[in-house]
Design a protein around this ligand. Structure first.
Ligand code: MN
Length: 743
């Protein structure tokens, strides 16, 4: 067991890189005492979630507080800021004790509470198998988008858990190690946290390939003394050369870490002796110029190994790593071995050891705006790297699309990251930042240039919203916003203000226009309303009326759409006429196809997109002037078709029914599941299955923001229109954010 550590160890470590004032010390100490008490007195049983009634212990038998202390210590060794240390101490409180986020918010403020919540979210994962990893990763992204420090803390947490993996049941170890290797190691690499990455890799190696690990570590130990002596000799030699050439600097020696050696041996099928960068010297010099000067000196003194020189200063690695690497044969004796020399400046060294975490610390001290900008660039870089990696990896297709391709990340002027769907506009952004910003939105800038409120914003842009006290949401906005949160908020705001007035005026203006053509609004039944809406940017008929009332949409255009729609929105009378048409009746009889309302015919024909086999479930599609086309019910064209143009059809003598699966995304509201079920039961259909997913489980459906539940219903109905009516009714339920067809 490792020796117990105390809060003083953390202060000592932090003292090496920042000036710790008393207030900061007090705050850290307060977090420590708070967490200690929480784990001692308020710990919960992980299975029953009941109060444990005794101090929590780690599997090792240690007091639980040793784990948060170790996590904090690791972070201080990686030069993280005081807030990260405070959060690390508190990181398991929400998840494992009765103390909740609100207590932390009250005692430590909003920032700390948010970080803790981010971590609690990450640790809720209780999935098994492959899904577990995918889900895990997804959560990571979500949390990362909020604050990257959550990831630093999570990495330190995982490192301590890996260090103490021996205390976990033996059959559980490989899974944890694999998860670490596949998810945490790449993250550490991307964030440039080289030390954590190497240690995690070695630990994973130990648990995943125990035989190779033992063999390799035995071999390394056997060589250790010889290696050390040899390295010291080269080091002294190099220092001598540097003194001679008047290049100041430090020289450290290092041996390549085990897992890295193992990977190389495996990949290249070579022995340990053939790995040329197993032994390395790292030289830290004052300036970039010194790096190249020293390289020249080394190359002129020692024989170089051809093809092994790499200039990562001119061409940094994707995670920002910079150094010069070369492999040489120092001196001329028999005992010489190929030895790698890495040359870098102090700044490059800091970056290589602590990665993005180092940037974080500087940012708290240096000029904020400038560093925030730098942080943003780094962050976009990381996201893009992970994106590329995902594209090449074997993660599930749905994950890739859900997670990355349909999302963009943009920034507020203060560097906060906002995650939006692709195609989002400045208005979506404004409402995502804060309702009030959305409601007072007057104009928008992307990277300091004014852009139209209806334009699309792009990945990585910094968006600023110009607000005015007198500004208010325009009904016009409803025609281009992408997020349901913006749409809902705009509707709410319109409702509270000019909603009634606009609705009323819209109705009058529309009626006046329709009157020119001997039409009136009451003739527009739901079906026709939907056909019209499908040709406008609006989702609800009231939205259209409001737009007309506020002069955001022309009643002439709307009327024109109805007129040009005529052949498609077949009035009931014309269906009756068609039934009387003997030809059509004859044709449908021959095909054995029956369309809703008898034979609703004009012309019946089958479609090329479905192939020659229509299968057993079919649907009619009312085409413009060409009659009713028959498609397979599962045809791709039908799935994308305007629902108002679909009509029930089936083969004679066969029971007609359609199977549909829908997902309903809702906010938390009492009785909402029952209400949704009520909508379904009212209809004449068969409810085959209804499932309710909790916040964690529903992530597989990539829910929109602000959603707490998803219900999934499997239905069977004989009447295709029912589907559309159900969708509409469900959409009207308060608390419903989005509905999707999954079949
Ligand atoms: Mn933990």
């Amino acid at each position: 067991m490792s020796p117990e550590i105390t809060i003083k160890d953390i202060f000592d470590e932090m003292g090496t890189y920042i000036e710790l004032d008393q207030a900061t010390k007090n705050r850290i100490e307060k977090a420590y005492l708070y967490a200690k008490e929480a784990h001692e007195k308020y710990g919960v049983d992980p299975v029953t979630n009941e109060l444990l009634g005794r101090p929590q212990k780690r599997k090792s038998g240690e007091d639980y507080i040793q784990h948060p202390l170790n996590t904090a210590l690791i972070l201080s060794q990686h030069h993280l800021d005081p807030e990260s240390i405070v959060t690390a101490l508190l990181h398991d409180v929400i998840e494992d004790t009765k103390r909740k986020a609100e207590d932390i918010r009250g005692k430590f403020g909003e920032n700390t509470a948010k970080l803790c919540e981010g971590l609690a979210k990450l640790s809720k994962i209780r999935y098994q198998g492959a899904d577990r990893q995918v889900d895990n990763l997804r959560r990571m992204f979500v949390a990362m988008a909020e604050d990257m420090r959550v990831i630093f803390i999570k990495l330190a947490d995982r490192l301590h858990n890996m260090r103490t993996l021996d205390f976990i049941r033996i059959d559980k170890r490989p899974r944890i190690a694999r998860e670490t290797l596949e998810i945490f190691v790449p993250l550490a690499y991307r964030l440039g946290m080289f030390e954590i990455k190497s240690e995690l890799e070695n630990l994973c190696f130990k648990y995943l390939f125990p035989v190779d690990y033992l063999a390799l570590s035995a071999e390394t130990q056997r060589r250790e003394e010889k290696d050390q002596t040899y390295m010291e000799k080269v080091r002294q030699e190099l220092l001598g050369i540097m003194r001679q050439e008047k290049i100041p600097g430090q020289v450290q020696s290092r041996i390549k870490h085990l897992y890295s050696i193992f990977k190389k041996m495996k990949a290249k099928g070579v022995s340990m002796d053939e790995i040329h960068d197993r032994l390395a010297l790292r030289v830290i010099v004052p300036t970039k110029k010194d790096c190249y000067a020293l390289l020249g000196v080394i190359h002129s003194n020692w024989q170089i190994k051809l093809g092994r020189f790499k200039d990562y200063i001119a061409l940094p690695k994707i995670n920002g790593y910079q150094s010069l690497h070369t492999v040489v044969y120092p001196f001329h004796g028999e005992d010489r071995q190929p030895t790698e020399i890495q040359i870098r400046t102090q700044e490059m060294h800091q970056n290589a050891e602590y990665g993005l975490a180092a940037h974080w610390l500087y940012s708290e001290e240096d000029k904020k705006a400038m560093v925030a900008d730098e942080r943003q660039k780094q962050w976009i870089k990381v996201l893009n790297q992970i994106r590329t990696e995902l594209e090449n990896a074997s993660f599930s297709e749905s994950l890739k699309t859900d997670l990355l391709e349909n999302r963009i990340f943009v920034f507020t002027p203060h560097g906060r990251i906002i995650d939006l769907p692709k195609g989002a506009t400045p208005i979506d952004f404004a409402f995502a930042v804060h309702t009030e910003v959305g409601e007072r939105c007057y104009a928008a800038k992307a990277d300091n240039k004014i852009i139209p409120l209806s334009s699309q914003i792009h990945n990585g842009q910094t968006i600023s919203i110009i607000t005015r006290k007198t500004a208010k949401p325009s009904p016009h906005w409803l025609s281009f916003v992408k997020t349901s949160i913006a749409r809902t908020k705009i509707r709410q705001s319109l409702k509270s203000q000019d909603y009634k007035k606009y609705l009323h005026e819209g109705r009058i203006l529309f009626e006046q226009e329709l009157a020119h053509y001997n039409l009136n609004l009451s003739e527009l039944d739901l079906k026709k309303q939907r056909a019209l809406l499908a040709e406008t940017p609006y989702k609800k008929f009231d939205d259209l009326l409001i737009a007309i009332g506020s002069r955001a949409y022309s009643p002439m255009v709307a009327t024109h759409k109805i007129l040009s729609n005529k052949p498609e929105t077949i009035p009931d009378q014309s269906i009756k006429k068609v039934i009387a048409n003997k030809d059509a009746q004859e044709k449908s009889r021959q095909l054995g196809i029956i369309v809703e309302g008898g034979a609703s015919g004009l012309k019946l024909g089958t479609r090329a997109c479905c192939g020659s086999d229509l299968g057993s479930h079919i649907v009619g599609y009312i085409t413009r002037g060409r009659g009713i086309a028959i498609h397979r019910a599962d045809c791709q064209v039908i799935k994308k078709a305007d629902p108002a143009k679909l009509i029930t059809a089936y083969f004679q003598g066969q029971k007609k029914f359609y199977s549909i699966r829908i997902a309903v995304f809702t906010q938390k509201r009492a009785g909402i599941f029952r209400q949704a079920l009520g909508v379904l039961i009212e209809r004449d259909l068969k409810l085959k299955q209804a499932s309710l997913f909790t916040e964690e489980q529903m992530l597989i459906y990539n829910p929109p923001a602000g959603v707490d539940n998803v219900f999934v219903f499997d239905l069977e109905t004989e009447n295709f229109h029912q589907v559309q009516e159900i969708l509409r009714d469900l959409e009207e339920l308060s608390g419903v954010k989005e509905i999707r067809r999954l079949d």
